[in-house]
Design a protein around this ligand. Sequence first.
Ligand SMILES: *Cc1c(COP(=O)(O)O)cnc(C)c1O
Length: 431
Amino acid sequence: MSETRIGMHELDTEACLRSATPFLWLNTEATPQEPDDDQLCQDVDAAEHRLARAGSLLSRLFPEPQDARFCMSNLSATHIENTLIKCDHAMPLAGSIKARGGFHEVIALAERLALRAGLITENGDLAVLARPDARAFFAKHTISVGSTGNLGLSIGIIASALGFRTVVHMSRDAKDWKKKRLRDRGVNVVEHDGDYGLAVDAGRKQAAADPQAHFIDDERSVDLLTGYAAAAREIAEQLDQQGYSVGEDQPLFVHIPCGVGGAAGGIAFGLKRIFGRHVYCFFIEPVASPCLLVQLASRSQSPVSVYDIGLDNRTEADGLAVAQASMMVASLMRTRLSGICTVSDAQLFALLLSSHRDFGLDIEPSAAAAFAGPLALSSSPRGRAFMANLGSVRCKPIHVIWTTGGALVPDIERQRSLERANGIAAELDWR
Ligand SMILES: *Cc1c(COP(=O)(O)O)cnc(C)c1O
């Protein structure tokens, strides 16, 4: 057990973190309206535009009949009033939220390389990138990435389809079926007997030694972040189409599972930009891997990891098994995030089971974490006080549960998880 003091401002927070007690943390540094980061906003606009332009390229690369909207998911109603599910677990091709950032970064990179080589023109038709000459050109380049599973899957699928040599450095958390799927596509999967941070470091080092290699850096990449952030415009349009009008009387609550923070942080940045003080973003992290919470609660400008407070970063939520949050995301979330709730693995399995039974969803444990958000707000004293203080009596919040992955999970794995969940009794309340 580490004795490092990290100077948490609330003793209660530190006690709950150290004892792995599921709890709701409210961010006292959240500000109602954040002045926007202009450069990043322009980059988000460019990402939205790029993903829209990529439709023809993606339908060439993946001609199997499927939904033409490759980088979008449905926003589904539920039987619970004003609670919606953003179905990123069903993202086409990659089966997870990682399709957003991962596809965007690989396409952006392919576009830059092709522009430099004179294969396309500025803002030209990206479908050209599927031509044999472009493919032969990409085959001289390597794309590599470090991952706990889903990012590697997403990058591997799109990069190998474009013809890139692709190397995925997998942490010990990665499920075997994810590795196998990639190897079946000709991707070089390197297995590491260490955590996510170690896999990322290994990939970063190897790529630095090769001038033709491009490393997709989940801890620092703007192209990943903006690909995720583009989801904000998408959901804003869907809410509008479904007759919701986010504002004073109808604030939006969004609940997103958080690993290193890129996906969750990108989306929260995009949503804050659109909805300002009318959107409340809550992240969910495993009790063993609350990396963003540890970083934000420490108020430190230097990296603090979950190991520093004696946690082991061991969780069944492979997508969330990250010990050290992205510092880029931590700084963006410092004033934009409303709070974080932590979940135990037992709670994750209980939520997985109920999401299957009550909503007919087939999601992975990491994604089931999202369901903890609304429950923590309604079951903890702190959450209830937060909701009661929202303002007008007419106030009717909309809750969006962001299910982040699961469509590709093999049936046998799914059965195993549900059986395991059946044998677990978990209390679904939060401190
Ligand atoms: C990666 C992942 C997350 C978290 O995304 P980060 O960018 O790591 O914060 C959540 N759910 C699933 C299923 C994931 O694969």
